[in-house]
Design a protein around this ligand. Structure first.
Ligand code: ATP
Ligand code: MG
Length: 137
């Protein structure tokens, strides 16, 4: 089965809905095979979002992603990358379909509650960014 990297962003953690979102993962057929809570440093956030370095929203994105703890997990399942993107909904919550995580938990385009890898190659890089071999099961 495929794996993808998921992050519950600081606004989601602050809403006290970690358990509710984990239930959504499990109800959608994903298995959580690795998990940790972290408060990202600016350097960690910049490295994670390096593809966006130089974009107008980059500094605001780093401000937000370092504003409080995040919960990072590896989700496993058939076609996990695309199925988890579908569960999250559109990047901009104004465009997120009803029933998606971003429709239910996002506050704005930046504070959009969850992250998910956008390809199998990104998933491999992002999982290795946060987890060592013995931390994914
Ligand atoms: P993520 O990578 O967080 O799963 P995504 O792949 O849907 O989201 P990206 O294009 O990779 O979206 O952008 C990364 C994050 O940067 C978005 O989730 C959002 O928080 C923020 N972001 C993206 N575009 C903008 C924008 N135009 N203005 C403000 N913030 C933005
Ligand atoms: Mg992305």
């Amino acid at each position: 089965a495929e794996r993808t990297l998921s992050i519950l962003k600081p606004n989601a953690v602050a809403k006290n809905v970690i358990g509710s979102i984990y239930a959504r993962f499990e109800n959608a057929g994903f298995t959580i095979v690795g998990a940790k809570m972290l408060h990202l440093t600016r350097e960690q956030a910049a490295g994670f979002y390096a593809e966006h370095d130089g974009k107008p929203f980059f500094n605001g994105l780093l401000d937000f992603m370092t504003s409080g703890p995040v919960v990072v997990q590896v989700l496993e399942g058939e076609n996990a990358v695309q199925r988890y993107r579908d569960l999250m909904g559109a990047t901009n919550p104004a465009n997120a379909l009803a029933g998606t995580l971003r429709a239910d938990y996002a506050d704005s385009l930046t504070e959009n509650a969850v992250h998910g890898s956008d390809s199998a190659a990104s998933a491999a890089r992002e999982i290795a960014y946060f987890f060592s071999e013995g931390e994914v099961h």
